[in-house]
Design a protein around this ligand. Structure first.
Ligand SMILES: Nc1ccn([C@@H]2O[C@H](COP(=O)(O)O)[C@@H](O)[C@H]2O)c(=O)n1
Ligand code: CDI
Length: 159
């Protein structure tokens, strides 16, 4: 059995009036994340962690932000493609742990729905996807509500 770990980190600016896509769902808020895609930072770090675990470069390598076909794309489609790339190479996903760094709003009430949606996209159990959240105690770009960051680590395996 070959077991590998992967890690992902990403940041997006927050802008007033944009839809806030996070963890595959739209979180009600005055501000949303800015990006070439729908800017779903949680999905992006999960993609990067999975790609890293399989040594398959990163999300920008597979889906360049200069390519118009990814303009405004639903990041769930990118995640589905990343999972396909791993399965094609014989990997299965053991578990994911993640942290969203965001001052406002509180995301705890939305986490079960994020887990449900992401588990469906990835073809894993909701119990295999951990999502946590933290403020940065009003410090830095997260603390000033200028941006959202996220981290993820994953474990994948193949026999
Ligand atoms: N955007 C956020 C940030 C935090 N939470 C939850 O609140 C708890 C306390 O946050 P601290 O930054 O003071 O540690 C945290 O453990 C999360 O459960 C949240 O839901 N949404
Ligand atoms: C996801 C992609 C897709 O074009 O666009 P962004 O939403 O800008 O996200 P980022 O994490 O900055 O980079 C990866 C991009 O390739």
């Amino acid at each position: 059995m070959k077991i590998r770990t992967g890690f992902g980190y990403d940041v997006h600016q927050l802008r007033e009036g944009l839809p806030f896509w996070l963890g595959g769902i739209q979180v009600p808020h005055t501000h949303g994340a800015l990006g070439h895609s729908d800017a779903d930072v949680l999905i992006h770090v999960i993609c990067d962690a999975l790609l890293g675990a399989a040594n398959l470069r990163d999300i920008g390598f597979h889906f360049p932000d200069t390519d118009p076909q990814y303009k405004g794309i639903d990041s769930k489609r990118l995640l589905a493609e990343v999972v396909r790339l791993l399965r094609e190479r014989g990997y299965s996903i053991s578990n994911i742990d993640s942290t969203i760094c965001l001052e406002q709003p509180k995301v705890n009430p939305h986490i079960p729905e994020m887990q449900r949606v992401l588990a469906e996209v990835m073809g894993v159990e909701t119990d295999d996807i951990s999502i946590k959240a933290t403020t940065t105690e009003k410090l830095g770009f997260v603390g000033r509500n200028e941006g959202v960051a996220a981290y993820a680590s994953v474990l994948i395996s193949k026999s």
